[in-house]
Ligand binder design. Sequence first.
Ligand SMILES: [Zn+2]
Length: 314
Amino acid sequence: MAIIQSATGPFDTADMGFTLMHEHVLVMWPPMYQQYPELFDREALMKDAVARLKDALAAGVKTMVDLTPIDLGRNPAFIREAAEKSGMQIIVPTGFYYQRPFYFVGRPEADMTALMVRDITEGISTTGVRANVIKCATEPALDATNERILRASARAHRQTGVPICTHTHAGNRTGLDQQRVFAEEGVDLSRIVIGHSDDSDDIDYLDQIIQNGSYCGMDRIGLQRPRDDAQRAGMVAALVERGYADRITLSHDASCHIDFMPAEVVERMRPTWNFGHISNVVIPMLRERGVSDEAIHQMTVGNPRHIFELNQPY
Ligand SMILES: [Zn+2]
């Protein structure tokens, strides 16, 4: 067991239960709401978020890891209120998306690391909410400025011991680039989840990520592109068949609210992109493909707990 931080305070990893390792409460572009505050209907968004989180609880989810980068509107106070009102345990992130934020153009990576460490060890701003996971991303390919963010994230990880969960462009095999940079920073790759691995149709790429020691985040389940449910379930089953159930996590990369399109368009274009889709639809598909209940438990309960129990700085 280990005591870790959630949006509503410390809790024991023994109480994590069924955990979705890569989701979002809010994903929004902050400058829009700073300039046009009338676009942010907080009350309506909170009501909707609480309903979606309650649906997830009803589908058997007990803990959710929010991986919203700071520059896509991470909102610890909103997450805490949604967690309190719904009963969902939510782990809050720190970290930046793939482009170096403008603020850091003329500042050293050390400043980025220091802010992440403070989010984790002291709390985010004045909210008192402490981050317990680091998000970083490589999209569409590794470049020099992206590498600086990965290195800053790796250093914050080693100083605090909280895991790193990434976003990759699987088609460009960027998980391997991330592993190379992390390894150069002395990171124990077994503490890393290489996210969006289920966007890949290349089992050799995923095998390599696992052989290098990391987890494959099969965490875009419910998005039907670039791979549909059957293709994603088939790849999970193939990896389990290779003996890798202890190196896989499952999630959707879904959101209570994402502002890159009008909400009704998201709903119409991506009807299966929700927090209950794995429980309700995809786990039965895994069983049909020969994945045992023991392996399903390992991927949804055992692995998330293990990832968060490796929590010592080094
Ligand atoms: Zn995401």
